[in-house]
Design a protein around this ligand. Structure first.
Ligand code: HEM
Length: 446
């Protein structure tokens, strides 16, 4: 039983504050249920840089704007994204842009950028708007409605239409399950394939997605269409480099995942707070009416200032990607703390967005904190990072915001929704944040 008597102070990098948590499992439970990233307890106890144990590994946890900013800036190229994220999602999303590093990442990012130009984004918006119009026709005209599953279906339809170029047929349900299983596997407590458990389901999910995409490559290569799949097949960097077939498939799988759940979470949070704060819902609706257009065009995206404030505040309170992973490929120093090579590092973005030192009353929905003259986000250059920062900053940042605004614009013009005054949305943080109860709202088409 000697392992139960270990002195946890000897397990972390020398001189760094921290603790190992429970014998054997450490903080695996808090890691898996999301509470490690969402709590400021470690920050209060140990400061911005501390060590802990979870998933059988030693982690350095990074909190606060100075420390997060330094890791993202990565001046000595010590922090790698691929091996950091791989511990969570590697077997399911290998080959995705976020899992590549340094020169290889740079090469891929330069090619992929070609699929995210302003011209391309404007091209994706047309099919996106059409999909939303068709999708909303399936919603009930009036009555109770679980918002999260409805919006998840809608964003999946958008992803498959704008990304794949065609709506999904009978395979839609199977693919949805494959996505969910791959994403949920990231925080599996049992991290090897046991039939029926999260890890094994994630591996099957990856296979299903590959088998779905691969046969479509020849047609996508043959003609250039307005969808992302086609754009990736034809994308070139300024020197003419292109992706191989395997690279296109891996990027597509990662992009579908990166785009789908993040947008769903953001839309759900936004809908929740607009339901809790009808005065903001009306303000946003009035601006959408004032635009005088049923569907947003690319040029309209900056013309909905209240929606913009609400979106920023929704992403602050319920940070869609609550934490970011890195791995040190060489020894480095962070705010005076030595971090050895081969150490996992987790950046706690959720906590960053809730530090009451910077965000007064941090759990309160207060979109004006992003408006002049308050601009609370401007107090520190690394204080508000829902899309990350540095070379791995979200390549879909504009796509994601475009999608959220385009869908919300149509919802505001066509419907009104509310929740009881005392309702609080219960969150499941096991993977990306989602409401445990599906977010039940009272819904009415106008
Ligand atoms: C509200 C929506 C979204 C949020 C909050 C979000 C958040 C993030 C964050 C925090 C990162 C940085 C991860 C890191 O540094 O390790 C990231 C990276 C990435 N995101 Fe997003 N994302 C969103 C939407 C999208 C969309 C719509 C796409 C694609 C269409 C996308 C594709 C990517 C890709 C490819 C990366 C990796 C970039 C790289 O490593 O160079 N994201 N995202």
């Amino acid at each position: 039983m000697a392992f139960l008597l270990h002195d946890p102070r000897h397990l972390g990098p020398r001189g760094m504050p921290g603790d190992a948590g429970l014998p054997l499992i450490g903080y695996t439970w808090q890691f898996a249920n999301g509470s490690l990233m969402a709590s400021r307890e470690r920050y209060d106890r140990y400061g911005p840089v501390s060590w802990t144990r979870a998933l059988g590994k030693t982690f350095v946890t990074v909190n606060g704007p100075d420390a997060c900013g330094e890791v993202f800036a990565n001046r000595d190229r010590a922090y790698a994204s691929g091996p950091g994220w791989s511990v969570l999602i590697g077997p399911f999303f290998h080959g995705g842009l976020m899992l590549l590093d340094f020169d290889e990442h740079h090469r891929h990012r330069r090619i992929m950028q070609d699929a995210f130009t302003a011209e391309r984004l404007a091209g994706y918006l047309g099919p996106l708007n059409e999909t939303v119009i068709q999708g909303l026709r399936q919603w009930p005209r009036v009555g109770p409605l679980d918002f999260h599953p409805r919006i998840k279906q809608l964003t999946l339809d958008v992803a498959t239409r704008s990304f794949m170029g065609a709506p999904l047929g009978p395979e839609a349900d199977r693919l949805n399950v494959a996505f969910n299983d791959s994403v949920l596997a990231a925080t599996a407590a049992v991290r090897f394939p046991v039939p029926g458990l999260r890890w094994a389901k994630g591996l099957t999910g990856r296979k299903v997605l590959e088998q779905f995409l691969r046969p479509q490559l020849p047609a996508k290569r043959a003609t250039e269409g307005p969808d992302l799949f086609s754009a990736l097949c034809h994308a070139t960097d300024p020197d003419g480099a292109r992706f191989t077939d395997d690279e296109v498939v891996s990027h597509m799988i990662f992009l579908l995942m990166a785009a789908h759940d993040t947008s769903t979470t953001t839309l759900t949070t936004l809908a929740y707070y607009l339901a809790k704060h009808p005065e903001w819902q009306e303000r946003c609706r009035a601006e959408s009416h004032a635009l005088g257009t049923d569907v947003l065009t690319y040029a309209d995206l900056d013309r909905l200032p209240s929606l913009d404030l609400c979106l920023k505040e929704a992403m602050r309170i319920v940070t869609p990607v609550p934490g970011v992973m890195r791995y040190t490929v060489r020894e480095t120093t962070l705010l005076g703390h030595r971090i050895p090579a081969d150490t996992y590092v987790s950046l706690h973005l959720w906590n960053l967005h809730h530090l009451h030192e910077y965000w007064p009353d941090p759990d309160r929905f207060d979109p004006e904190r992003f408006a002049e003259p308050r601009r609370e986000d401007k107090q520190h250059r690394s204080l508000y990072l829902p899309f990350g920062h540095g070379v791995h900053k979200c390549i879909g940042m504009y796509f994601g915001q475009m999608e959220v605004k385009a869908i919300m614009h149509q919802l505001l013009l066509r419907s009104r929704w509310s929740v009881p005054r005392d309702y609080e949305m219960p969150l499941d943080l096991r993977s990306l944040p989602r409401p445990k109860d599906g977010l039940p709202v009272r819904f009415a088409m106008l």
